[in-house]
Every structure is written in structure tokens, then in C-alpha cells.
Design a protein. Structure first.
Length: 209
């Protein structure tokens, strides 16, 4: 068991459970591969989607010098999760909410928010400039982008009912595919500002130049 997996289990984050594990490797095992070199650094991390704070506390304990920030649309997510954790309330697609988040730049940004394709792409557009050079942007739970109508998840996910219940409830995977193809095209032509993109089951890990 990786150290990050152990910390995640202790903090009861769902990133360590069976629903986020494929062939014995959980999300946290994947994160350990990418984040281990940063562990002792004073990193800044933003995660979209707070839920009950398990992931934020996991990052706090894994990065002992890190400042951990969460963004969630559900007001109930605004709680005291302990030292070095701050939480903001707002939509991941709201430029005003995004602009109010501090610090201004992040080493790591994780989108574990609404999982709606339009929201994913809007957040990426709003936050990419806030990602430091060499930073990592992660999109989780990409399998949901194939579902089409995800309106049935309103009651299952805390805060989901607070999002606008309009056409954004309908996912269009082709939009993400076009984004990925554009990134790959730029990389192959030695242009753009993406150094690498790693795909894991249900996850995309994008590294900025």
C-alpha cells in the first residue's frame, strides 16, 4: 500500500475506495506516481469538489508544507477542516467565484466537481492561467462524460442540485475528445503550453510547460 493510499483511507476520501480502483490501483496510487517528488515542497493545491473534506485533509497530510484550497457549490462544504485548508463556496464555472480564490497560482489543480463536460471545459479555461509553469491539472471521473444525461445524479451528489438544471445536464464526450486531439496536435508540432498528458482509468493528468 502506498503512503498516500494509507493517508487517504485514514481521512475517508473516496479516492481510495473500490469505485475508484482498477486492477488494484486506486486514484491515490496514481497520484503517488505523479506527486511524490513534490511531497516535501510548499505546494499550493486547489481541488474543485469538497464533499465532506476527506480529500482536502488527505492532501494536507500528504503535503506537510502545502496550502490546500477547496471550491464547492454547496454552502455546507464551508467548514473548518483543520490547519492549512481553506474552502471557498461558488460554482466552478463562475468567473467571479474563481477570481476570488487565493492564492493566485497553484502547483496542482484537481477537478472533481460536477463532472459535466461543459463545466469541466469551462473550469479548465478559467483556471489554466492560474496553474504555475510545470504544474499539474487533473480531471477525474472521465467515465461519466460518456453517460449523456446525468440529471439522475442530482440527488446522489451533494451540491449537484445547486447547479443549473439545463442542457448542461447532458454530457457530450466529443467535446473532451476534441480538446485532447487539439492538445496532442500542438504537442506534436512543438507548440502550445502542455508538456505532457497522462491517461489513467477515468483520469487525465495534464502537465503544463
Amino acid at each position: 500500500m502506498t503512503d498516500l493510499q494509507r493517508i487517504g483511507l485514514a481521512n475517508k476520501t473516496d479516492k481510495a475506495d473500490n469505485n475508484h480502483t482498477f486492477q488494484g490501483q486506486s486514484y491515490l496510487d496514481v497520484y503517488e506516481q505523479h506527486f511524490a517528488p513534490l511531497r516535501k515542497l510548499p505546494i499550493t493545491l486547489l481541488e474543485i469538489g469538497v464533499h465532506r473534506g476527506g480529500s482536502l485533509k488527505t492532501w494536507r497530510d500528504y503535503f506537510p508544507l502545502g496550502l490546500i484550497t477547496g471550491l464547492d457549490i454547496n454552502p455546507s462544504a464551508f467548514q473548518d477542516y483543520g490547519p492549512r485548508i481553506q474552502v471557498y463556496i461558488g460554482s466552478q464555472t463562475d468567473p467571479t467565484a474563481i477570481s476570488g480564490i487565493t492564492p493566485l497560482a497553484f502547483d496542482i489543480i484537481i477537478d472533481d466537481g460536477s463532472h459535466r463536460v461543459d463545466h469541466i471545459l469551462t473550469s479548465l479555461k478559467l483556471l489554466w492561467a492560474r496553474l504555475r509553469p510545470g504544474g499539474t491539472y487533473v480531471i477525474e471521473d472521465l467515465s461519466l462524460s460518456y453517460l449523456g444525461d446525468i440529471s439522475g445524479y442530482r440527488d446522489k451528489w451533494l451540491g449537484q442540485s445547486l447547479n443549473p438544471q439545463d442542457k448542461t445536464c447532458f454530457n457530450d464526450r466529443s467535446k473532451i475528445n476534441r480538446l485532447i486531439l487539439d492538445i496532442l496536435n500542438r504537442m506534436d508540432h512543438l507548440s502550445g503550453d502542455v508538456r505532457s498528458i497522462h491517461f489513467h482509468p477515468m483520469m487525465a493528468v495534464i502537465r503544463k510547460t
